[in-house]
Structure formats: C-alpha cells, structure tokens
Ligand binder design. Structure first.
Ligand code: ATP
Length: 321
C-alpha cells in the first residue's frame, strides 16, 4: 500500500462566532485546525491509509494544538519542523451578508513558510505526494522545499497530485499568482481543480476552452469538482461526470480536500493510479460520498467521516437505488 504525503500549510482558522458580520464587528472566534494539504492527509488517514504531513508550525501553543490534532487523526508528523523565529499561521476569514470576504492572514512570514524539510527524500519514492498553491507564494524556504521534492518525485516513481486551491486573498499580485500555478502544473499526474477556479488558471471563459487549455499539460487524471453536482473526471482519452449525493449541507469548508483525500486514499490502497474510466467512476462515487458527508458538519478535519460511517452511507445509498 502506498502512503499519501501532503506538503504545505497547516494553520489555525479563526472562525467567527457570528456569520455575516465584518471582522471588526465579530464578537469572538473559535480556533480550528486548517490548511488544505493537511486536510487531505487527515482524509486519507481517516480512511485507513498511512499519511504523512510535511510542513512547519511555530514553537508555540497553536503549533502544539495542530500537531496534537494531526496525531489524533493518525497522521504522521515526524518530519514536521517547529520554528523558533516565526509563529504558527493564523487566518481570520469571514463572509459578510453582502458576499464580501473580509480576511486577515498573520503570515509575515509564518512558520509554515519556513519549512526546509527532509534531507533524505527517499520517503517519497513510490508514494503519492500532494501539494497546493498557498505555500508556493513568495520567496521563502518552503517554495524551494516544494521544488526539491517535486523534482525528486518525478524521477522516483512518486505519483504527484496538485490541487491549486486558489486563495486570492493571500496575494494582491494575481498575475504572479497565476504564473506560479502555471509553472507547477507540469508536475501533476493528478490535477484537481474546482470549476470556479478554471477561469483564473486558464485565462479562458468557456468550459470547453478551459479543458482544451489544460490538455496541453501532461496530467494522467484531471478532476474538475462541481460542488453539489459532483465531479467531471478526465483521462487523456475519456471523461465521465459523476453526480454527488444529496445531503443536508451545514458547511462546505474542506469539501474539495475531503474529495481528493478520499481519492488518493483509494489510489494508495490499490497501489496504482487507475486510468480505466470505470474504475475512476467507482473511486469518484466513494469520494463524492466522503465529501458530501463532510459538508453535513461544521469544519473540515473533524467533519470528515471515518471508514465505518462512509461505508454505512454508501450501503444506505446502494439499497435505495
Ligand atoms: P474547496 O473545498 O476549496 O471549495 P472545491 O471547489 O474543489 O474545493 P467543491 O467543488 O465545492 O470543492 O466540492 C468538492 C466535492 O464535494 C464535490 O465534487 C462534491 O463531491 C462534494 N460536495 C460539495 N458540495 C456539496 C453539496 N452541497 N452536496 C453534496 N456534495 C457536495
């Protein structure tokens, strides 16, 4: 069985206690573990796959909390670093009733950006490496670490998975952000993109043109997530749309991370990257169920179901067919 190895940011999401207010008017916050690549590792671990998180937190109380949280879910944190010069990243984000996003990221830099990581890269060999774009911004050690790991991965039979997971709030220079993402697309064997991110990445407005543009890159599987409508999956030859399940949605935070985490967990268990569209269809059904269940509770990591809950849900849906 392969391992799922995630690299990138692990941070504290300060969730406002009231929805719809501007940050300056919010009366309090609740701390939650966050960070897309870390969410993916938790999803894989919850489904019984070995997962390893690579990244840094500060040598502070929030860093303790985050490492404890990952360990609770069974994610291996032995290669993480604790920074004594920068604190754990904090993100305060709220959506006002008018749909405006108010945000403050404490990241100047934060510990996650300083991760130098792994001298011996052999833990990546023959495994699955997942990364996102938030940790590719700026001129920090973490960017070099990504480049070092990705170059190694390409020559050591590592399956590389990339979910750009765009966070425009993190950069005012959107041109550089877009170019940065483009520079990393070629590393991906599995490329997962939310449908609403396609225009930013490809510069095209029409879906067909966006996919055509993405076809110029060497991915083996392209996954376009469609929110409540499920996913559109492509191999180089075929494609299939797999609808999601109707659930009572409470919070969609981390649904995309849950989806790709569950998908990578299945690839890891079967020890290979499927290119047969029927196998991909089966994987997508399981991932849709896992992600749909994640939306039925608040938060990301804690909202993800375990294997028993997932199987019960799938069994129930099968019986209703
Ligand atoms: P992010 O979590 O960053 O928004 P994303 O844009 O990839 O990532 P979505 O496309 O919103 O995420 O959702 C990912 C997957 O979660 C979908 O493909 C679907 O399987 C499931 N999902 C999301 N929203 C719903 C919903 N309302 N009902 C059922 N399933 C959902």
């Amino acid at each position: 069985m392969k391992k799922v190895i995630g690299i990138g940011e692990l941070l504290i999401d300060m969730m406002p206690n009231e929805k719809g207010k501007r940050l300056k008017d919010v009366t309090g916050f609740t701390k939650k573990a966050g960070g897309a690549p870390a969410n993916v590792c938790v999803a894989a671990a919850k489904l019984g796959t070995s997962s390893v998180f690579l990244g840094a937190v500060g040598d502070d109380a929030f860093g303790d909390l985050l490492i404890d949280e990952l360990n609770t879910y069974g994610v291996n944190t032995e290669y993480m670093e604790r920074s004594t010069v920068a604190n754990t990243c904090l993100a305060f984000v709220t959506l006002t009733h008018e749909g405006e996003r108010d945000f403050i990221f404490y990241r100047n830099p934060s510990a996650d950006q300083l991760y130098r990581g792994l001298k011996d890269l052999s833990i990546l060999d023959h495994q699955i490496l997942h990364f996102c774009s938030v940790s590719l911004l700026g001129d920090y050690p973490m960017v070099n670490t990504h480049q070092r790991l990705l170059k190694h991965a390409k020559t050591h039979q590592t399956i590389v998975s990339f979910d750009p997971n765009i966070r425009l709030a993190l950069s005012s220079d959107h041109v550089t952000y877009q170019q940065t993402i483009k520079a990393y697309l070629s590393y991906a064997d599995i490329l997962k993109i939310g449908v609403d991110e396609l225009e930013f990445i490809t510069g095209k407005q029409v879906y067909k043109d966006q996919i055509q543009w993405l076809r110029t890159y060497p991915w083996r599987i392209l996954i376009i997530t469609l929110g409540k409508d499920g996913v559109h999956i492509y191999t180089q030859k075929e494609d299939v749309i797999v609808p999601s399940y109707a659930v009572n949605v409470v919070d969609t935070t981390g649904a995309g991370d849950a989806w790709i985490g569950a998908f990578l967990a299945q690839c890891a268990k079967h020890d290979e990257l499927p290119t047969n569209i029927l196998i991909l269809l089966d994987y997508a059904k399981v991932s849709n169920a896992f992600a749909a269940l994640t939306t039925t509770h608040m938060g990301a990591m804690e909202a993800m179901p375990n294997l028993v809950e997932l199987n019960e849900f799938l069994h129930e849906k099968d019986l209703k067919k």
